[in-house]
Design a protein around this ligand. Structure first.
Ligand code: AMP
Length: 606
């Protein structure tokens, strides 16, 4: 049997893993039974990792032992601005690592953000392995379309720590449209409106004969459901009685519980006009001695929630306007609007989209699952090379070289189809220079200060001489997944320098290797435990299968028919195959029989 491949949606709030089975993309359920895995990671009292639902539960009791929404900080530089930005969003502190990478503190330990992402990916890998009964190594992972080079590289680094080979990184909206397009064989212009827990992406895709071309992308990597929750939290804090208001506004434990209540109210308002909110025992939990506590009891109406969210909905519309302008398209030229991300269930968001584009958005694909399903479809195609839906993508941001006057000379413009190679020749700023530094920027501003610096190429041992003679050719190659490599050549001497731009915030080599080993050790222990539990469950399943065969046998005797006899034969042979596989220790075959038996048993129950 061919080695399975999986598609992973590594989300800010939730993550999901999917695969193509029997020609259809399906979500792989987690070992704890859910279809989505909360992107929450924690360390329990023994310092053991907990991921997903278990970590979410741990957060209720020990908020300091858990981190979430960490995707927002993945691959970013730990600047004072970012630390400040994070303070408004999450109660755990960001700490700079040795390469300027972001680290988080939980349960008194400091962990690199890539390790946190690797823990989530590792958990999804284990879910997939339990599903298939064998090792799974290859995957496609989705990233927001506006993720820059560093963020993409960090995603790859996290995958590598988790022991996953990334066949390709795919933009989330593209993956969603892939899931949609293949299920409906759609032709035309599709707009993907993806509002998740922490990020917002808008993409316009032209879909024709199975080819998906991203015409334009835009977004805001700091806008999502968490911000809507925060609006409600701020409103709740304002209702706390004096003099405790300020203390509650700073208290990690109180804020955490207010946030849970705010999110629950937001979800309730999707179905109802009003949500009651009641949070007790708020106060300063870090204060010494006896504590004064208070509570908030209030009602939030849908219309007031919409008023509170006004600045955020305005930002959503501004992004839509910018993307339409870049695509040189009128909102009416959009043939279909696809909603992706849990936040698109909110009536306000649906209304905004319908008003802006003049058409009701499509919700055919489950908004929380579309991205993972699309990733699975892409992974399946990459291994089968069927060419059924070739994916054409574009550069999400412009890249260029820093030149005199603090300006940026663009080599590859935003929305250019990728992969692409671009070259230009530059002169040193002074004659006789022995060394030149070529800074590389990503972004849309004309000036360096308005862009994001990716790194620099340093060319040494130049031969000096007149300025015009010392020509340096810079070549940018942007891969199909948006990762940039840069090469600079001294045209006179042929001296060349290649830079790995991702080297800047990635982990120091020995640390990455140590984390990979740790992850592998954890995964192998966990896999043994999973195998034991799976075997136990499988034995019970076979017993249920035998019982079903006996029931079917009896009814075939009472009402004989060829169909009834065949049904008995199907169940019997499946149970026999399962017993033989168990005897032979063939985990993959057991997993296959298990899935078929579950289908049979649930079909009968239905
Ligand atoms: P995602 O990152 O796509 O999983 O989106 C998660 C975000 O969607 C979170 O902010 C959730 O609170 C929000 N969300 C999920 N379901 C609903 C719902 N039924 N109503 C309102 N918001 C929801």
């Amino acid at each position: 049997m061919q080695e399975p491949v999986i598609g992973i949606d590594l989300g800010t709030t939730n993550s999901a893993v999917a695969t193509v089975e029997g020609g259809r993309a399906r979500i792989i359920p987690s070992r704890s039974g859910g279809r989505l895995t909360p992107s929450v990671v924690g360390l329990d009292g023994d310092g053991e990792r907990v991921v997903g639902l278990a970590a979410q539960r741990l957060a209720e009791e020990q908020p300091d032992s858990v981190v979430w929404a960490t995707k927002r900080f993945l691959g970013r530089r730990c600047t004072p601005e970012l630390i400040e930005e994070a303070r408004a969003l999450v109660p755990f502190p960001l700490i700079p690592g040795p390469t300027g990478d972001v680290r988080v503190r939980m349960a008194g330990k400091v962990l690199p953000i890539t390790q946190v992402a690797a823990m989530i990916l590792g958990e999804l890998k284990l879910d997939a392995e339990a599903h298939f009964g064998r090792r799974v190594n290859r995957c496609v992972i989705t990233v927001p379309a506006n993720f820059d080079d560093n963020q993409r590289s960090a995603t790859r680094e996290a995958a590598s720590i988790a022991g996953l080979e990334v066949l390709r990184l795919v933009n989330e909206p593209t993956a969603a449209a892939l899931a949609y397009g293949l299920s409906r064989s759609f032709q035309g212009n599709a707009l993907v409106f993806d509002l998740g827990g922490g990020t917002f992406d808008v993409s316009i895709l032209e879909v024709k004969d199975g080819v998906f071309e991203v015409k334009a992308t835009g977004g805001d990597s700091s806008l999502g459901g968490e911000d809507f929750d925060q609006r409600i939290v701020q409103w709740l804090v304002a209702q706390v009685e004096e003099p405790l208001r300020e203390a509650v506004g700073r208290d990690v434990s109180s804020l955490r519980r207010l946030k849970v209540a705010a999110e629950a109210a937001k979800r309730e308002l999707t179905e109802q006009e009003e949500a009651l909110i009641s949070v007790a025992a708020l106060g300063d939990y870090t204060a010494e001695g006896s504590r004064r506590l208070t509570g908030v009891e209030t009602a939030l109406t849908r219309s007031f929630f919409e008023a509170l969210s006004e600045p955020l909905s305005r930002r959503c519309l501004e992004v839509c306007q910018t993307v339409m302008r870049e695509a040189k398209m009128e909102p009416r030229a959009v043939d279909v609007v696809l909603l992706v991300g849990g936040m698109t269930r909110v009536p306000l968001v649906r209304r905004l989209v319908a008003d802006f584009f003049g058409r009701a958005p499509s919700t055919d694909v489950h908004p929380d699952e579309a991205v993972a399903l699309g990733a699975a479809i892409q992974a399946d195609e990459l291994v089968r090379q069927s060419g059924a839906a070739l994916l054409l993508d574009v550069a999400g941001q412009s890249v260029g070289v820093g030149v005199l006057g603090g300006r940026v000379k663009r080599l590859i413009a935003k929305n250019t189809s990728v992969p692409v190679v671009a070259r230009d020749v530059f002169l040193p700023s002074r004659a006789g220079q022995a060394e030149v530094r070529i800074p590389i920027y990503q972004g849309e501003g004309d000036f360096q200060d308005d862009n994001h610096k990716l790194g620099e190429v340093v060319l040494r041992n130049l031969q000096g001489g007149a300025r015009a003679e010392a020509q340096i050719e810079v070549t940018f190659a942007l891969s199909s997944e948006g990762i940039l490599s840069v090469r600079a050549v001294d045209k006179r001497t042929g001296l060349a320098e290649q830079v790995r731009l991702d080297a800047r915030t990635s982990l120091p080599g020995p640390e990455a290797a140590k984390l990979s080993q740790e992850q592998a050790r954890y995964a192998s222990e966990q896999a043994q435990e999973d195998a034991r539990q799976t075997e136990e469950k499988f034995r019970k399943l076979l017993e249920r299968g035998e019982k079903l065969a006996r029931v079917l046998q009896r009814s075939a005797q009472e009402n004989p028919s060829p169909e009834a006899v065949a049904a008995v034969g199907t169940v019997r042979s499946l149970v026999d195959t399962g017993r033989a596989a168990l005897q032979a220790g063939d985990a993959e075959q057991c997993a296959l029989v298990s899935r078929q038996l579950i289908q049979l048993l649930s079909g009968r129950a239905a």
